[in-house]
Design a protein around this ligand. Structure first.
Ligand code: OGA
Ligand code: NI
Length: 370
């Protein structure tokens, strides 16, 4: 299938039709063979440092949402959720009801995958014209700076979208762990989506209807090796997620995620057994900019590799995404984004490198358009 993208060119894409990414070396293998080495292609000359002081970072915490209250329809918690999405675009969810054992099994399965010999992992390598599998995404040029991470991305829901050729089925327990974990994330996501619907002035199933039924799901498992010069590299470049929203599970004891808040990079300190939720571009568009899809990045460290597991929830490819009627008010909140078919949005996203908010900009209406 040939895909044309707005910024010029066209390319052939594989089964998912979402995009492609150039092959890159495994940074885990580079570090394994020579720890001190920081190849030029990984050095980000213009990266912003930690803009805020350590002291301030310690006192700033992203909002914490108690999911058990949310599920009971507690008004105060729903209001807290509204403010979290509006002012931060990121929050940590506690009391989410997912058993600790399921989270631990999932983290262990991902750790075991990345510990496999390279030759074994390569069996699940993504093809250049696909985004699913082991490797790296968002690499669109030979000159682009690379991130200090390897990943494996797998489609998980609906279950018929699973391409088992990319799943490390020979790794004992991996399939079970991922299936169980993805099921739990799907349940959590449905309740969150129902809450977002109500907050946007719709019925509980409003967003579900608008986005073509059940949310879809894909899971990106990231591995950030140690780095001798964490000041020079980025684990993952600044970006916003092209999702409806994302659920992130991370190591309890290694901080790496940073989010852009009031022009500063704020580190997110993990609360053990919690999940981080962030608003994605589709929700920013649907909420007509009320809820922000915030830029975030990950940094690395010298001492400990880090694993994170991002569960991406997204609408149906064929669905048109645009500001929902209840969020538009011609006087006070004019329509800020155009309607766009989700698959077109995603293709545009995968045709560029990760770069801040460039993608949501693409869906923004120019002032002259309204
Ligand atoms: C992602 C992401 C952050 C992290 O995978 O989209 O933002 O902390 N990950 O790994
Ligand atoms: Ni992200």
């Amino acid at each position: 299938m040939e895909v044309r993208v707005e910024n010029g060119g066209s390319y052939e894409v594989g089964k998912s039709g979402w995009g492609q990414s150039l092959p890159v070396p495994s940074i885990q293998e580079i570090v394994r063979s020579e720890f001190q080495l920081v190849p030029q292609r990984y050095i980000h000359e213009n990266k912003d440092g930690p803009i805020i002081s350590e002291d301030l970072a310690d006192s700033l915490e992203i909002p914490v949402i108690d999911f058990s209250f949310l599920a009971k329809g507690d008004e105060d918690e729903v209001q807290k959720l509204h403010l979290a999405c509006k002012d931060w675009g990121f929050f940590q969810v506690i009391n989410h009801g997912v058993k600790e054992e399921i989270l631990e099994k999932m983290k262990a399965a991902v750790a075991a995958f990345f510990e496999l010999p390279f030759q074994e992992k390569k069996k699940y390598a993504k093809a250049e014209n696909e985004i699913e599998g082991y490797g790296q995404n968002f690499v669109v040029s030979e000159h682009q700076k690379l991130d200090w991470s390897d990943m494996i991305f797998l489609f998980t829901f609906p279950s018929q979208n699973r391409n088992f050729k990319f799943w490390p089925l020979s790794l004992p327990g991996f399939k079970e762990a991922l299936e169980e974990y993805s099921r739990e994330m799907q349940k959590l996501a449905e309740e969150l989506q129902a809450n977002f619907s109500v907050l946007m002035g719709l019925k509980r199933d409003g967003l579900k209807r608008l986005q073509g039924g059940e949310l879809k799901q894909g899971i990106r498992m990231n591995y950030y090796p140690i780095c001798s010069r964490p000041d020079l590299v980025l684990g993952i470049s600044p970006h916003s997620d092209g999702t409806s929203f994302t659920l992130l599970l991370q190591d309890d004891d290694v901080t790496g995620l940073q989010i852009k808040h009031n022009e500063a990079w704020v580190p997110v300190k993990p609360i053990p057994n919690s999940l981080i939720v962030n608003i994605g571009d589709a929700t920013e568009i649907q909420s007509n900019g009320m809820y922000k899809s915030i830029e975030h990045r990950a940094v690395t460290n010298e001492k400990k590799p880090r694993i994170s597991i991002a569960t991406f929830m997204f609408p149906d490819d064929e669905q048109e995404i645009g500001p929902v009627e209840t969020m538009i008010d011609d006087q006070n909140r004019p329509k800020l984004y155009r309607n766009i078919k989700y698959v077109d949005y995603v293709r545009e996203k995968f045709s560029r490198k990760m770069e801040g908010k460039a993608h949501t900009q693409f869906a923004k209406l120019r002032t002259s358009d309204h």
